[in-house]
Design a protein around this ligand. Structure first.
Ligand code: GLA
Length: 722
């Protein structure tokens, strides 16, 4: 049993393989948080709740000041209920202060989990257990159900909650975070993934906590290029291998907020959920509001261990089973080859060349229904001049060559220049007379179900009978002034996200076996919400392998390698900077691999090289899909980057070393490997040398040995158990 409740002590103890999460019901029926971290026995740990009480703090008992509403840790903190610290939930119920003081009423523990209606969430397996705790106020006006999922195998605990208006008077929710977690003390660093367009998650930002509130959030209607819902708290001494590291994320793709609030006592509160800026949700009589799911993990093996937990959880419980561990398509995507000049002839030529390069899927990106980004989103009519056989004919021709066929879509958008916009100007997510424009397009108002259904039908009709193998689902602008002719202003951003998930589900239902790759102007919606629908996400429009090294390394803090779609592209790519074939392959093979270049420009020798890369990727793909990632050298700290991935049975490992800037230092470095079995003998497939895992991990590999003979910009070594 992962979830235990002790009737005597009123303690809930949630256990995963290596962690414990403990809280109790107090004498006044509040839920007091007691501990989260390394696994402990099922002892009564209520003794830590006896805190020294200061003046100016309110308490419920007239005689005993221990039951203090603003000193102890809580599982949920409602504003105006006595807790003067940063709240996780704010609501008004008919001007009644008492409605905010929620008390434990009942709980249930069960195997598996219930779906979160309309939202993405962690999928249960045989081991998963759930706990639901019902809290209400004394007058039974408001009911809050806290939902915990315990995923013992991945050391993850999930949290979400449902608020119900049971009293029937006006209830407006102004903040509704998915989780609240209190720690004694503030001896932590925060780690967030900062970035921007073309540099998503590239800056791993680590800073010690200070008193006050640290907020990592997005107001763009997406999880954004600029910030990411992932956040970690780790002890100051934590590194890649040791120290306490807590990782948090939100299974959501819209406006999120991670707040870390350090209070007057120097205690730390973590609040993860929907961003509350402009949020005001009216919950009518008998209605409910459901929060997205937050996930949390703890590792005593530092940030490396935390990442591996998150990777395992994402692969086992977020991504759809049928795709998570299966080989991914090796695509050739038409975008960087042809941009908007794409035609049927060009796609077929690309397909024929692809056959020489070990590629199995041809993806027709943007341009099949328009010749610039100025028009036609929303109309979804194939350009018959450029595609005389139609999509169906082209798809059949590609299939006849023995290749799979994929298509680009951007269903959530409409161009200002489109028939659809002319017919339905009120269908855009703005009530402005002159809506702000970005990439010549507007976001459709998906808070309205009729818009969701209408756009789904249009796409359904155009793609009817098409035997697609892959869909790239894009989203190319931020919501900047979201407002709707049909939806309450305070509900617009979240309802928009719910509409987007519904639209995704409708199109997915039309193509049940198709692999979806999501995208948002590169990696602007790289989050667990999207990974629930698509096993991989286009990581960034920046395909320069030097820049990509930072982007991919940063992304790996929260997301598994296979979730990152990475393409081998033209040498000059986005930056104009040259790079070798080898370097480009080494970087792109970090994730789910593919190509994005005009293959017709490549001669037989070069294509043979590309074929070799495709084969090499396939040979090692299982490591990307299943393996454990160890980060060795951060590109932000040195002129190099190194990481390795080790199979779960520790029989095979791959080390990648990338030299970003030529530096003499490389010559003298020994790189100590990680994650191997110390007692196993490994053969270095490159050099033939056989050494114990213990030797490779403690003495290391001398980089100069690799360099002296053939000075390159990095190398990949494979170690196999002998
Ligand atoms: C976005 C994507 C690109 C490409 C273009 C097409 O920028 O990130 O990969 O699909 O849209 O317009």
């Amino acid at each position: 049993m992962s979830i235990q409740f002790n009737e005597q002590t009123k303690i809930f103890h949630l256990q995963t393989k290596n962690t414990s999460y403990v809280f109790c019901v107090t004498d006044f029926n509040a839920l007091e948080h007691l501990y989260y971290g390394k696994k402990i026995p099922l002892d009564d740990v209520r003794y830590i709740s006896n805190r020294q009480i200061y003046s100016h703090v309110a308490h419920e008992s007239r005689d005993d000041r221990r039951y203090c509403a603003s000193v102890q840790g809580f599982e949920v903190s409602v504003f105006n209920s006595g807790d003067i610290r940063t709240p996780s939930v704010v609501f008004d119920y008919d001007n009644q202060a008492d409605a905010c003081r929620l008390r434990y009423r009942s709980h249930s523990i069960y195997k598996g989990r219930k779906p979160l209606a309309g939202l993405p969430y962690s999928r249960a397996d045989e081991e998963t257990e759930s706990l639901e705790i019902v809290l209400t106020d004394d007058d039974n006006c408001v009911e809050l159900t806290l939902i915990y999922g315990v995923f013992a195998d991945t050391d993850v605990i999930t949290r979400s909650q449902i608020l119900k208006n049971v009293g029937g008077k006006a209830l407006t929710v102004r903040k509704f975070a998915s989780m609240c977690l209190d720690f004694y003390g503030m001896d932590f660093d925060t780690v967030t993934l900062e970035g921007l367009y073309l540099y998503e998650r590239a800056q791993v930002s680590r800073a010690p906590l200070k008193r006050g509130v640290f907020k990592n959030n997005s107001l763009t209607g997406t999880s954004s290029h600029n910030h990411n819902p992932f956040i970690a708290l780790c002890t100051h001494n934590a590194d890649e291998d040791m120290g306490d590291a807590y990782g948090f994320n939100l299974v959501y793709s819209g406006n999120f907020s991670d707040e870390i609030a350090v209070d007057h006592l120097g205690d730390t509160r973590v609040i993860i959920g929907l961003d509350d800026t402009g949020f005001a949700w009216k919950v009518g009589k008998g209605e409910t509001l459901l929060s997205p799911e937050a996930i949390m993990t703890y590792s005593a093996q530092g940030l490396g261990g935390m990442s591996r937990n998150l990777h395992d959880h994402t692969r086992k419980h977020i991504i759809e089973k049928e795709f998570a561990f299966s080989p991914r398509p090796i695509v050739i995507n038409s975008w960087e080859a042809s941009y908007f000049t794409v035609t049927e002839a060009k796609i077929l030529s690309l397909a024929k060349h692809a056959l020489d390069c070990g590629i199995d899927t041809v993806v027709l990106d943007d341009g099949w229904f328009r010749d610039s980004d100025k028009t036609s989103l929303g109309d979804w009519r194939t350009d018959k001049e450029s595609f005389p056989s139609g999509l169906k004919g082209l798809c059949e021709k590609v299939h006849a060559l023995g290749l799979k066929f994929g298509l680009w879509l951007e269903p959530e958008m409409v161009n200002e220049q489109s028939d659809y916009y002319k017919q339905h100007p009120d269908y855009v997510l703005s009530t402005s007379k002159l809506p702000l424009i970005s990439r010549h397009q507007f976001i459709l108002d998906l808070t309205r179900d009729e818009v969701v259904q209408d756009i789904a039908n249009r796409i359904r009709e155009e793609l009817q009978g098409l035997d697609l193998d892959y869909i790239k689902w894009d989203f190319n602008r931020y919501a900047t002034e979201a407002s709707s002719f049909a939806t309450e202003q305070g509900e617009v951003y979240h309802r928009q996200m719910l509409g987007a998930y519904k639209l995704l589900s409708l199109i997915k239902a039309q193509f049940p076996n198709v692999l979806f790759e999501t995208c948002s102007g590169g990696g602007g919606r790289f989050d667990l919400g999207m990974l629930y629908y698509s096993p991989q996400i286009w990581t960034s429009d920046n395909t320069d392998p030097y820049a990509r090294t930072y982007i991919q390394y940063g992304s790996s803090y929260a997301y598994p390698m296979s979730a990152l779609s990475c393409h081998f592209t033209e040498g000059k790519c986005t930056s104009g900077r040259e790079s070798t074939f080898e370097f480009r392959y080494r970087v792109a093979s970090f994730g789910s691999y593919g190509y994005e270049l005009d293959l017709s420009k490549y001669g037989a020798e070069e294509k043979a090289k590309l074929k070799g890369y495709s084969e090499l990727y396939r040979k090692d793909e299982d490591l990307n899909l299943n393996g454990d990632l160890y980060r060795l050298l951060s590109p932000e700290e040195a002129d190099y980057c190194a990481y390795m991935v080790v199979s779960k049975d520790k029989k095979k490992a791959k080390l990648t070393f990338l030299e970003l800037y030529a530096s003499g230092l490389v010559e003298s470095m020994a790189l100590r490997l990680k994650g191997l079995d110390p007692d196993k003998l490994y053969k270095n497939e490159e050099t033939g040398e056989v050494l114990y895992g213990a030797t490779l991990m403690n003495v290391g590999v001398r980089i100069s040995d690799m360099y002296r003979e053939k000075r390159t910009d990095g190398y990949t070594l494979t170690f196999v158990e002998v």
